[in-house]
Design a protein around this ligand. Sequence first.
Ligand SMILES: N#[N+]C[C@@H]1[C@@H](O)[C@H](O)[C@@H](O)[C@@H]2O[C@H]12
Length: 449
Amino acid sequence: MAQLIFPKDFLWGAATASYQIEGGAADDGKGESIWDRFSHIPGKVTNGDTGDVACDHYHRYREDVRLMKELGLKGYRFSISWPRVFPNGRGAVNPQGIDFYNRLVDELLANGIEPAVTLYHWDLPQALQENGGWGNRAIVDDFAAYAAYLFDVLGDRVKKWITHNEPWVVAFAGHFQGRHAPGLTDLPLAVQVTHHLILSHAKAVQAYRASKHGDGQIGITLNLYPSVPASDSESDRAAATLVDGHNNRWFLDPVLKGEYPADILRLYQERLNSPVIEPGDMECIAASPMDFLGINYYFQKVVKHSEVHPILQFEEIKPEGSEYTAMNWEITPQGLTDLLVRLDRDYHHPDLYITENGAAFKDDRRDGGVVDDQDRLKFLQQHFAAAHRALEAGVKLKGYYVWSLMDNFEWAHGYGKRFGLIYIDYQTLERTWKKSALWYREVIRDNGL
Ligand SMILES: N#[N+]C[C@@H]1[C@@H](O)[C@H](O)[C@@H](O)[C@@H]2O[C@H]12
C-alpha cells in the first residue's frame, strides 16, 4: 500500500528526444541536423558514436508505444526533429517526416497515452546553421513558422507543447563550451543566442494562442539547479548568486516575469556587449505568458569563487562523501524539493512539470531476464519522495516525466551512459525491462509509493 499518495490526475510519464532515439538520420527525406554533422566529426563524441541508428525508434515506434502501455504511462514527452519535417529548416515540408509524427501521436492516443511535444531538443536543421543558426536573429521567425505549422497539423490531438529544451545548454554548451553542436566557443555569441531562443519562445507562444488548435497548454523546459555556496565566505556566496543568475534567473525571469535579471544583464552588457535587444523584444516576451514551466532536474550545484574565467567567476565542486551517478553527478534529492519550493515562492505559484529527472548507472547486473538497476530504482524513489515534499508545501506540481523511457544517445557521451527505464542492446536493438521500470509501473498504478 502506497504511503505517499500523489494528487488525483498526477501525470506520470517518461521522456525522450528525437536525435537521441529515432535513428533514420537520412531516411524518407529527412534533412541533416547540426547533430548529424557534429557527431560525425572525429573526436566530438565518445567512441565516435552517432545518432545514425540510435534506438531505431523511427522504425520501431509501435513496439515502443506498446512498452509504454505495458509500463502504464499516462504521458510521453518526445521531441520533433525539425529537419525531418522541414529538411531545409523552412520552405518545403517533407510529407514522410510529418507523417511519422502523425502516426506516432495517433499510436499514443490509441493507447491512452497523452503526448507532450518538445518543438526543439537541439537538432537544428544544418541548412539554418549555414545561415548562422541561433546566432542569426532571422531564426526567430523560422522557429515561429515551424511551430505554427506543427500547431496546425498536430494541435488537434497534441494539447501539451514545450517550445525549447534547456536553452542554457543550447546556448552555452553549443556556442561557448564547444562540447555540443554546433561546437562554437564564443561567449558573447552564446549570450546573444539565449536572447534569440527566449524571443523565439515568445513568438511560438503567440503563434499557439493564435492557432486554431490553441486550446491546450504551452510552456518551456529549463535545466535548473539550486546553487549552494561551498563555504559561508562572501566570495563563495557571490559565486553562488552568479551561478543562480547565469543558470537559472537569466531564463526564468524573462519567461515568467517578462524581464532579464538586472544583475546578469548589467554583467553581460558591460563585459560582453551582449545581448543586442531590439526595440519591442522585451514587450513581446512580456506579452507571451505561458501555461506551465517544465523543469529538468538532475542535481544541485555546489560552487566556489574562482578566477578560472574573467566573467564567469565560479567553479563547481564535488563534495566528498556524497553518492554520484555514472555521469559523476552528485545525488541530491533534497535539492529538488528546495528548487520546486523556491520556484513556487519566487515566481508566483506557477504550474510546474518535472519534464526530466533520472540517472545514468552501469546497468551491468541481470536478475533473470531483467536488468537489476537497484541504484536507479533508489534514485527515483528518493526523488519522487522529494517531489511529494514539495507538493505537501503547496507547490502546483502537475506531473513527472522520468528521463528516460529507454537508453539512448547521450550526446557527447555517446551510448556509454544509460539513463533508460528500458535497456537497449545496441547490437540487436532488443528492448529489455529494468527493475526500475517494473517498480515505476507500480508507482503509476498506485499513484504513489
Ligand atoms: N546529460 N544528460 C541527460 C539528459 C539529456 O539526455 C537530455 O537530452 C537533456 O534534456 C538533459 O541533459 C539531460
